[in-house]
Design a protein around this ligand. Structure first.
Ligand code: FES
Length: 223
């Protein structure tokens, strides 16, 4: 749950209680798989990275297959549009879920893959990135945390963390691509501004921003 919801729950427990009761009650006549798929689609519609990862993981754990997830995304095309579907698929690819690998999806259906093998994503959580004071102010830092490439831009006490993979075709952008506060993807030269994450040349899709916070002097990121 987000910090904002936690806050509202504490500040206005009765009011928010109605909201949570509504959420609990809605969908009670749907089977769990349908409920999970609808939850996934709502997260794509709202484009909440963290929520989408959580709901997708839960849908897979509770029995949805990757093909069913893709079906749900594609069926929701009239509401989502292609850009949001691509946004969701980019995150799915980033999560490296074996069941979504093209080879796994095209295997004959005769040999069903055990669900445990399909559900590989580690649950999203706060992960340690580095000491906050070691991030140079006003500069772009490229680092790795738990196997994931990250760009960090710091402006005094504000830290912005981005996935190092290009939103165009997932190329991992290296430190060599950084000039000042600009990163240029080596593959098709899309250019990104580290201050906003926006794509400022060639493409339109911004870098994937990752939620972050500083706790006891450590920069943490959530994925
Ligand atoms: S993959 Fe980065 S610009 Fe095409």
């Amino acid at each position: 749950m987000s910090d904002a919801l936690n806050y509202l729950l504490k500040a206005r427990p009765e009011t928010m209680g109605h909201y949570f009761a509504f959420l609990k009650d809605s969908g009670k006549y749907l089977d769990p798989k349908t409920r999970n798929l609808i939850s996934v689609i709502t997260k794509v519609h709202a484009q909440t990275d963290r929520g989408f990862r959580q709901y997708l993981g839960r849908a897979l754990r509770e029995g949805c297959s990757p093909m069913e997830v893709l079906d749900a995304l594609l069926m929701a095309f009239p509401a989502l549009g292609l850009a949001k579907i691509i946004w969701a698929v980019d995150i799915i690819l980033d999560m490296n879920i074996p069941g979504f690998a093209p080879e796994a999806l095209t295997q004959p259906a005769a040999a069903p893959t055990p669900m445990a093998a399909l559900v590989a994503p580690a649950p999203a959580e706060w992960r340690d990135v580095m000491a906050a004071r070691d991030v140079p102010d006003g500069e772009v830092t490229r680092t790795e945390s738990q196997g994931r490439g990250l760009f960090i831009y710091r402006d005094a006490k504000t830290y912005k963390v981005y996935d190092s993979h290009c939103p165009h075709q997932n190329t991992d952008i290296t430190q060599l691509a950084v000039k000042g506060t600009t990163m240029t993807c080596p593959k098709h030269q899309w250019q990104f501004d580290a201050k906003s994450g926006d794509c400022i040349k060639k493409g339109k899709t911004p870098l994937r921003r990752i939620e972050s916070k500083v706790v006891k002097g450590r920069l943490l990121a959530f994925w």
